[in-house]
Design a protein. Structure first.
Length: 137
C-alpha cells in the first residue's frame, strides 16, 4: 500500500490491520524538500554540524501537507573519500500512530478505536558534495 495523503493514511489505519505502508512519491518529496531537511542537509554539506559522519534528527512536514507524517525521524550517514562526501538519508522509525493530534483516546498508544496503528516503510536518498573539511583554511 502506498500512502499519498491523509485520507489514504486514515483508510489504511481502519482497514490495513497494522501492515506497514510505503509513503507515496509526493510525500517522500515533501520530506526530502522540506525546509527542515534542507536546513539539515546544508549544515552537513558545509560542515556546520557537530557530527558529519552520522546522526538522527526530526523533519516536520506537517505544514507541507503531510499532517499524517508530522515530525519524522531521519537517520544519516556520510562517507567521504578523495575530497567528496556522499550522505545517505533514511526516513525510518515513523508510522501512523495517532489519528487525532494531541488527543489521548482509547487504545494502547492513545489511538482512536476502530483502527490499527502501522509503520511506514523506510526510504532513502543520497546527496554528494565536496568534503567541507577540505575547504577550511
Amino acid at each position: 500500500m502506498r500512502i499519498n495523503n491523509t485520507f489514504e493514511a486514515l483508510q489504511h489505519y481502519i482497514t490495513g490491520n497494522g501492515e506497514p505502508a510505503q509513503l507515496g512519491p509526493d510525500v517522500q518529496d515533501a520530506i526530502i524538500n522540506s525546509r527542515d531537511q534542507q536546513d539539515r542537509y546544508e549544515r552537513i554539506r558545509t560542515g556546520r554540524t557537530p557530527n558529519l559522519d552520522r546522526g538522527v534528527y526530526g523533519v516536520d512536514v506537517e505544514l507541507d501537507g503531510a499532517y499524517f507524517v508530522g515530525d519524522t525521524p531521519i537517520q544519516y550517514e556520510t562517507l567521504c573519500r578523495s575530497g567528496t562526501c556522499t550522505t545517505t538519508f533514511t526516513s525510518r522509525g515513523d508510522g501512523f500512530w495517532d489519528v487525532v493530534r494531541d488527543v489521548d483516546r482509547g487504545g494502547p498508544r492513545g489511538e482512536l478505536p476502530g483502527g490499527t496503528p502501522y509503520p511506514f516503510l523506510p526510504f532513502s536518498w543520497q546527496r554528494t558534495f565536496t568534503d567541507p573539511r577540505n575547504t577550511r583554511p
